[in-house]
Design a protein around this ligand. Structure first.
Ligand code: G6P
Length: 482
């Protein structure tokens, strides 16, 4: 099978460059190993009517990366508008943050249609398309409209919320109906899948039986759960090596024996950063003896800054951190080291291994791969403790982490203090249980189980493949690292 993976964000896989978001980090090794073609946004836009979508194609491990310039007139309405100011807030149960216009929706649909046209270049008789995330809910339907009969699967990296929340998104009905063009729709957790099925039955009047929903226009669509994972052993090796990286050694030296808690997030309101900082503030107030003995390294990488809600959060956090540091700090001690930049996966692996506590406390999160990476990065002879929000998808598997309610500031403060003083045998026991789960649910397992389920779902839908016209690729394959 010839697999074409599609996502808005892609990464070129340079080990020294930061990767934005869990999706790109997860897909990178999959594409490199499987030989898939990964199509996404180049981050550039192009003016005017494009006769042929422009893509730069380069090798990526055994696979290839095709970076597409998206249409300038629609990019803002699509990315900052409908995708990240309507869908993202709703998917994270923040319907109050929806700010969207009719024009944004039209741009979103235009970009989905544009991507569908661009994908025809990569279609072969045995191609399967695997579309990723909320940027492209309608892409499957656009491909079907262009006559594509090959398998098309979709995976949602974010949560799917309760019905009344998704109904806050303008055109929700059109979008979900369009999603039924997919042969297979994958979710991170059972809750997400059940919420989606609940919407189908209550809003669209469609019943889901044995994980299959039948629509008049598109026939059967299978719904299933595929929790995304990481390459545990590779990350563990990377972390063990990275402790000697200059950035990591400098951090260790600067600690002077003090303990470290670490948080690594995109600067996003779904990540619960304000509550987290408040929890540390509360902890130092409740346990003054912990001053000088533990500090927090919070990496908060700016994200989607052109959107008002993100700009506001950035200002609020900067003020809050400075207030907490001002009140608890000493001439030679800064309680919170707050950095607004990204780090490479290599450096992050070393930073995770250096920290005795990992704090991952989102208000809502599809999975959260930082939680998994923190666990994988630990030294087996002295593992750290993960403090994890029960509202992150990762909590389903990592149930021997210290699970917290990210809205309960006092509870989080107490739990972080418990994590800091946890004896070795308990740390080790909890860590081993998490490692065993991570090994069972690796990224390779996620990939193969989705692709197998897609083949099965398509076989159930179309008994025999129909002949198709193949359009040859119009641009040359420029290899940069083959
Ligand atoms: C989340 C989304 C991804 C997205 C990533 C980074 O993980 O599920 O689809 O790529 O955030 O966000 P950005 O808007 O910078 O691509």
């Amino acid at each position: 099978m010839n697999l074409v993976v599609v996502s808005n964000r892609i990464t070129r896989g340079n080990a020294n460059e930061p990767i934005t978001g869990g999706l790109a980090a997860a897909l990178l090794p999959i594409v490199e190993k499987s030989g898939a073609i990964w199509v996404g946004s180049s981050g550039r836009v192009r003016d005017g009517v494009q006769k042929e979508p422009f893509a730069e194609v380069e090798a990526l491990g055994n696979g290839a990366l095709a970076m597409l310039d998206l249409p300038a007139a629609h990019y803002g309405g699509y990315y900052e508008g409908f995708a990240n100011s309507a869908l993202w807030p709703a998917l994270h149960s923040r319907a109050d943050l929806i700010r969207v216009s009719q024009g944004d929706y039209l741009s979103y649909r235009e970009v989905n249609a544009f991507m569908a046209r661009a994908l025809l270049r990569f279609r072969k008789a045995d191609t399967a398309f695997w579309i990723q995330d909320y940027h492209f809910l309608a892409l499957g339907a656009e491909l079907r409209d262009l006559g594509v009969t090959q398998p098309i699967g979709f995976f949602l990296h974010t949560p799917w919320p309760a019905r009344d929340v998704i109904e806050g998104v303008p055109h929700h009905r059109d979008l979900v109906e369009a999603m039924l063009a997919y042969d297979l729709i994958g979710f991170q957790t059972e809750d997400d899948c059940e919420n989606f099925a609940g919407y189908l039955s209550a809003t669209l009047g469609l019943a889901v039986a044995d994980g299959i929903v039948m629509s008049q226009q598109h026939g059967p669509t299978r719904l299933a759960v595929f929790p995304i994972g990481i390459d545990v052993d590779k990350f563990a090796r990377q972390a063990a090596k990275a402790v000697s990286h200059p950035d990591v050694s400098r951090l260790r030296r600067s600690l002077n024996g003090e303990k470290l808690a670490i948080g690594v997030d995109r600067l996003d309101y779904s990540k619960g950063l304000v509550n987290r900082i408040n929890a540390f503030d509360r902890m130092w107030t409740m346990h003054p003896s912990l001053a000088r003995t533990v500090s927090l390294l919070q990496i908060a990488t700016p994200s989607r800054s052109a959107i008002e809600a993100y700009g506001n959060l950035q200002s609020e956090l900067a003020k809050l951190v400075s207030d907490v540091n001002g009140r608890h700090g000493e001439v030679d001690w800064t309680p919170i080291r707050y950095l607004n930049k990204g780090f490479s996966q290599t450096v992050l692996a070393g930073l995770y291994r250096t920290a005795q506590v990992g704090v991952v406390t989102p208000l809502h999160d599809g999975m959260n791969l930082v939680a998994k990476e923190y666990v994988a990065a630990q030294n087996p002879d002295d593992p750290g403790v993960l403090v994890l929000s029960k509202f992150a998808g990762a909590a389903n598997e990592l149930d021997t982490a210290l699970l917290v309610n990210p809205h309960d500031i006092d509870g989080m403060a107490r739990t972080i203090a418990v994590a800091l003083s946890m004896p070795f045998p308990e740390r080790r026991m909890r860590w081993e249980a998490m490692m065993a789960k991570l090994r069972r649910g690796s990224i390779q397992h996620w990939f193969t189980s989705f692709v197998e389920a897609l083949e099965t779902a398509r076989a159930e839908r179309v008994p025999a493949p129909e002949p198709i016209e193949i359009i040859p690729a119009l641009w040359p394959l420029r290899s940069v690292n083959a």
